[in-house]
Design a protein around this ligand. Structure first.
Ligand code: COA
Length: 382
C-alpha cells in the first residue's frame, strides 16, 4: 500500500514519462521545442513547420515541409454529416464542448481502429491537425445561423483558419499574429492536458479519443480556460485606475483569491510566452489606441508583481493571449479552442512518443476509506 509520505497532490514534481519533445526551465523562463527556443520559432517559423518539428523531432527539409503542408491542406474538409452534427449542437453551448464532441466524432468518420498501423496513425495525425480549425470555425459560424464555409487550400494553416472564422482573408499582419500565437501554444511539457493525452494514448485508444481526452482536460479554468477568464477579469475591473481597489476587495473577501492569468506550477518568473505575446500586443497597438483591457492588464501585472512577485507568481501565457485574440476580433469563448488547435501538435507528438515502448498508466492511491463493511439490507435501513 502506498504510504501517505509518497503522495504528491497534483503529482507535483513526479515524473510521469520520459520525453524529448520540449524543455522548460521555469526559473529562467526557457521554453524550447526540440531544443529550439519558442521565441525564435514564434519569430521565424510557421505552425506547419513547428508541428513537424514537434512530432518528427527535427526541422523538416524543404521537400518534407512542402509534402506535409500538402497533406494538411488535403485533410481540412470535414464530412458533411459531421457538419450536420455540429449544426445540431446548441447555439449557446461552449465551443470547447462542441470541439470535444466533434473530435471524438471525427474518429467515426475517419476510423483509425488500431494504432498498430503507422500509415493510419500518420493519416490521423495530419487529419487532426488539419481538421480542428475547420471544426472550431464550423461551430462558431453555425451557432450564429451562418453557412459552414469550405476550407481554402490556397491559404496556409493560420490564414485558412481566419478565413473559415470570418469569411475573409486576414491581412498579412493579422495572419502573422495568429500564426505566432499557434506556435506559442503548440507545446508545453507535461501539463494536465498532455498528461491526459498520454494516459488515454497508453490504453491504445484511437488518436481521436486521445486528442478528445486532452481537449476535455484543456477546457478547465485552471488550464486552457484561463485565457477567457483573464479577459473577463480585465473587463470586470473596467480600467487601469480600478485595479488596486478591485484587487483589494477580492483579497479582503478571499485571502486566497486567484488572479486569472498569473501563477504557474513550474514558472517562477514571467512566462517567456507571455513576454512574446506582450510584444505582439505592443506592436499591434502601436498604430492604434491601446484597448482598455490591455491598459488594465499592464496595471494588473504591475500591482500583482508587488504582491505576488516574492512568491514567484507572474503572468503566464494566458495573461496577454486574450487581449491579442480579442484585438483581432476573435470571440472570447473561441480563445480556448484556438489553444486546442495549436496544442494538438504537442499532444500528437507526445502520443507518438508514448506509443514507443508503451506501458499503460496505472498509478497507486493512498486509501483513506474503511474496509470490511457489512452490507445492510435496504429493509433494515431507516
Ligand atoms: N493568484 C493569486 N495567488 C496565487 C495564484 C494566483 N493566480 N496562483 C497561485 N497563487 C498562490 C496560492 O494562493 C498559493 O499561496 P499559498 O502558498 O499562500 O497557499 C501559492 O501561490 C501556490 O498556489 P497553488 O494553487 O498551490 O499552485 P499550483 O501550482 O497548484 O497552481 C495554477 C498553478 C496555474 C493552477 C495557479 O497558479 C492558478 O490557479 N492560476 C490562475 C489560473 C491560470 O492562470 N491558469 C493558467 C495556467 S497556464
Amino acid at each position: 500500500m502506498t504510504a501517505d509520505a509518497d503522495y504528491k497532490p497534483g503529482l507535483e514534481d513526479v515524473p510521469a514519462a520520459k520525453s524529448a519533445v520540449s524543455f522548460l526551465d521555469g526559473k529562467k523562463a526557457v521554453l524550447e521545442y526540440r531544443g529550439i527556443p519558442v521565441e525564435v520559432l514564434a519569430r521565424e517559423s510557421s505552425f506547419e513547420e513547428v508541428s513537424w518539428l514537434l512530432i518528427k523531432g527535427s526541422l523538416p527539409t524543404q521537400k518534407e515541409l512542402a509534402d506535409f503542408d500538402a497533406e494538411l491542406r488535403q485533410r481540412r474538409a470535414i464530412h458533411y454529416r459531421l457538419k450536420d452534427l455540429i449544426r445540431c449542437m446548441p447555439a449557446d453551448g461552449h465551443p470547447m464542448d462542441a470541439l470535444h464532441a466533434s473530435v471524438a466524432a471525427l474518429g467515426m468518420f475517419y476510423p483509425c481502429p488500431t494504432v498498430a498501423d503507422p500509415a493510419k496513425n500518420w493519416d490521423a495525425t495530419c487529419r487532426l491537425l488539419a481538421a480542428l480549425p475547420t471544426v472550431v470555425a464550423a461551430f462558431a459560424r453555425s451557432r450564429r445561423g451562418e453557412e459552414i464555409p469550405e476550407p481554402r487550400a490556397d491559404l496556409d494553416h493560420a490564414g485558412n483558419f481566419y478565413y473559415l472564422l470570418f469569411g475573409k482573408e486576414p491581412t498579412p499582419a493579422v495572419r502573422r499574429v495568429l500564426d505566432a500565437c499557434l506556435i506559442l501554444h503548440a507545446e508545453h511539457t507535461m501539463n494536465a492536458s498532455t498528461f491526459a493525452a498520454r494516459v488515454t494514448g497508453s490504453t491504445l485508444a484511437t488518436p481521436y479519443q486521445t486528442i478528445a481526452s486532452a481537449v476535455g482536460a484543456l477546457s478547465g479554468p485552471l488550464h486552457g480556460g484561463a485565457n477567457e477568464e483573464a479577459l473577463r477579469q480585465f473587463d470586470e475591473i473596467g480600467g487601469p485606475g480600478n485595479v488596486k481597489p478591485w484587487l483589494d476587495a477580492k483579497r479582503t473577501a478571499d485571502p486566497k483569491y486567484k488572479v486569472m492569468g498569473i501563477g504557474h506550477r513550474v514558472y517562477k518568473v514571467k512566462d517567456a510566452r507571455a513576454t512574446v505575446l506582450q510584444e505582439i500586443a505592443e506592436h499591434m497597438f502601436a498604430e492604434s489606441s491601446r484597448p482598455k483591457a490591455y491598459e488594465t492588464a499592464l496595471e494588473l501585472e504591475r500591482v500583482c508583481a508587488g504582491i505576488y512577485g516574492p512568491k514567484g507568481i507572474y503572468p503566464n501565457v494566458d495573461f496577454y493571449s486574450g487581449v491579442v485574440y480579442s484585438a483581432i476580433g476573435i470571440p472570447t469563448d473561441v480563445f480556448t479552442p484556438i489553444f486546442a488547435i495549436a496544442r494538438t501538435a504537442g499532444w500528437l507528438a507526445h502520443w507518438h512518443e508514448q506509443l514507443v515502448g508503451n506501458r499503460i498508466f496505472r498509478p497507486e492511491q493512498v486509501f483513506t476509506g474503511t474496509t470490511d463493511v457489512r452490507y445492510v439490507p435496504l429493509a433494515e435501513r431507516p
